[in-house]
Every structure is written in C-alpha cells, then in structure tokens.
Design a binder for this molecule. Sequence first.
Ligand SMILES: [Zn+2]
Length: 530
Amino acid sequence: MSRERLYLFDTTLRDGAQTNGVDFTLSDKLAIINLLDSLGIDYVEGGYPGANPVDTTLFSEMRLLNTTFTAFGMTRRPGRSASNDPGLAALLEAKAEAICFVAKSWDFHVKVALETTVEENLASIRDSVRAAIAKGREVLLDCEHFFDGYKANPSYALACAKTAHEEGARWVVLCDTNGGTLPHEVEAIVREVVKAVPGDHIGIHAHNDTEQAVANSFAAVRAGARQIQGTLNGLGERCGNANLVSIIPTLKLKPEFASKFEIGVSDDQLKLLARASHELDDRLNRAPNRHAPYVGESAFATKAGIHASAIVKDPATYEHIAPEMVGNRRKVLVSDQGGKSNVLAELERIGLKVNKDDPRIGRLLEVVKEREAIGYAYETADASFELLARRMLGTVPKFFDVTYFDVKVEQRGNGAGGETLTTAVVKVKVGDEMLISAAEGNGPVNALDVALRKDLGKYQKYIEGLKLTDYRVRILNSGTEAVTRVLIESEDESGERWTTIGVSANIIDASFQALMDSIITKLLRAGAPT
Ligand SMILES: [Zn+2]
C-alpha cells in the first residue's frame, strides 16, 4: 500500500528565534540551515528579510540546498496596493524558493489589532499570494490565531484559508498562535477545514502552552493536515513550538503514522537526530535536556536493578524503540540502588569482558557504593565510572603525572575599578619529561583547566579537539561537613560526549579530579600510546 507524503517545515530560525535569550548570528543560521538540510526537512524558514540585518543578508544570495528555503513576512498592509508596499517588495526580492506569509484569520484581531475591515484583510491575502506566485515563488499562508478565530467566527476564519488556497497558495497553515487549543479541538476543527480546503494543502503550526504542541500536530494530521511546522528542541516564544525532534521519530517509528505516511527523513538521517539536537544546544550554549524524549541522555537510561537485568536479557523489555535508531544509546545507570546486573550491563557496553562470577565485580560495586555515600554520582558521570572500573580491572595506562599545581586568586584595587586576577601553574611529568605551564583564567577552575591542557607534551595532539561543554557545581551536606560535587561534560571533535565527576571539601580539588578524568578518558578513547 502506498503511503501518503507528509511534509515537515522547520521554523527554528524564525519562530524559534523568538525564544528568550536566543539571538542567532548569520553563521549560526547558516550552520543550522545545513543541519536541517542534512536531516531531510522539507522546508526551512530562514527568517524575516527586511526585519533585521542578519535576515536581510541571509536572503541576499541564493543558497544551494535540498530543502525548500523559505522567507517569512507579512501580507501587504491594509490600504496599500501590493506594488506600493516596501515590506512586501523586500519579501518578493528575497532569494528564497518559497514565501510564507502571515495573516490574521480572527475577525477580532483584524478589527482591533490591524484596525481594518474583514474585507480588506481578505483582499490583502489575495493580493499578496497573487504577487508572490507571479514572482515564481511557492506560497504558504500562516493563518494566525486560526483556532481561536475559528471558535469565534468559523466562516471568517475559513474564508481566509479558502482565499489563499483559491489564489494558488501551496499551503494554508493553521496556527495555534496562543497555544491554548487542546488536541480534541484541533482534530475537530481541522476535520471541518479540510471540507473547504483539501488536507494535502493544510499545515499545522502549534505552540506548546499546554504542553501539547506535539499532540496537537498529530491531531491535525489525523484529521487530514499534511504539513507539520515545528522547531528543533521545541525552541520558541513562551513555552515553545511543536518539537520536531519528538515529532520526527514518532512519525518514522510508530506504526500508527509510519504505515500511513512517508516523510523526507530517511532511516539514516533519523540516526543523526540526537546529534542535531545537541548541536543546536551547543550553539545556544545550553546544556541539553537529559530527559528529552528520544534524544535525551536519560531517554534510554535504566536505574533499578531488576529492570537492568531484564534489559541485558532483552532490551525490548523496557524500551519503546531501539535507541540507536535515533542516534541515542542505552545507558544502564550504576548507582547504589542498582545491583550487580547494572554493573555487568555497563561493563558490557563499555566493552570490558569480565566473567560474571569474577570477585572484582563485587569489589567494584562496593567501591561505587562507598563513593556514592560520600557524594559521587556515577549514574551521571559515565566516563568516571568507566575509569574506575578499568582501574580496578587493571587496564588504565599511566599517561602522565601532575606533580604540582598552584592556583592564585588576586584582588587588585577596590570598588568599581578593582580587578580579580586568577593564575594557575601546573607541573606535569610525561615520561621522563617535566613540563611546566602557567595560565590566566576567568576563575580558578578555568585557569587550572587552561594551564593543564596547555602542554601535555606528546599527548597534546590527542586533546586538541577536547572541549568542556558544561560545568556544574553542587554543594552537598554529608553529615557535619559540606562537600562540593563537580560534574564536567566534555565533547571531542567527533561529537562524542562524556561526563566526569570530582568530589571534595575543596572546589578546586573536586574540579581537578573531574578535569583529570576527562583528559584521561579522551586519551583512552583516542588510543594514545603510553
Ligand atoms: Zn508561531
């Protein structure tokens, strides 16, 4: 049975750019466009030419892409002709294959916000779609506040949709702009709309204000819509837009959708999903959401002992899909709640072959429990667990020794003109060679990190691509004294990530432990010689 084509439209760079604290540069935008293109997204909306210099530059030249590169903008202003509207003119000149217009479809908004008549708003839609088609563009019309508009005045909301369709717009997109519509309402309304405009010309643009943007998108598809608009990681104003990172695998892997629809994302492209999601977070300088469905670090993590032993027997017992399909991986958490089976499962994943009756397994579990009692958390720090296990099984080479370090924090001057300077000095012994490095940093941990990684002699080339992507500190109270737990997340040039841990009464010492584990992990993974 042939499947129907369902189209994906990404608006990370336009609607997603409305997120608090998100500000894309031109190079960010170009990198994200390529990322989306490599994922197989049908449409990528780059921005709003004319609205700001970045977007204007972005649309000043033709981009060679597989995706349909789309410019966003307003329909012609009321009271103006299409040929006498500078905003529309700029949009029509943009180097894009498609234009997505936004227009009001709620009569209340037309009268109050736009201060015009309902007839003039329809004329504006008609003229704008016509002008863009005359320019050879594929046209989409975003019907703003469609669902609220439909509830207030269904015939007017429908008239907006029909006008665009009759003028030749490829897509009429129903927007839940305020994000408050519920899935059963979306489904019922879209069922009515597809009686007037065919479903293969209808799109859904859902916001996440009741945390149902993904569900609303699927409700619209069930009712006949054939385009979904969303963003990577659900980026977007307020609570965000529909999250394409959750939508894509559901469409690809759940029979309800996979048996009926085909999307532009291939099985191989689906495997890039976790990486793409993390790459966006990296650009935004955010730590990825560990609990994100499909792609989060915890999405396939199991903690309790009985679950873990079942997972070792057959992963399908506790997993709804195989993590590799979306580029994620299974993680069996090692913690004091778990038993031997967790440790064994994790050792197997790492690639350490140990007999399950080996007495060292019991000893390793004891050490994990002792250390967790004083503040270590190996379920997060997978790389530190791996080092601990490898050390106990006797397979971590001694790459180098830090024989001395000194960190100095100095306050010079006072008041507003004062300055805090931090310097670190590190002595490292690599083989017979003694190396000494000094560095300044924006804080003690940064200075120590820079000094430590400045010169590792023959190992320097292995750590060049290593970067710290996240640094988290928690003060824990264990009985009478407070200890500091430091978690460091690292990433290398191949995009591989790992987390290491350090615990101490002293924050510098805790950070040092985590830094050392990170570097040694990298050297191990790179196969550096001893
Ligand atoms: Zn929106």
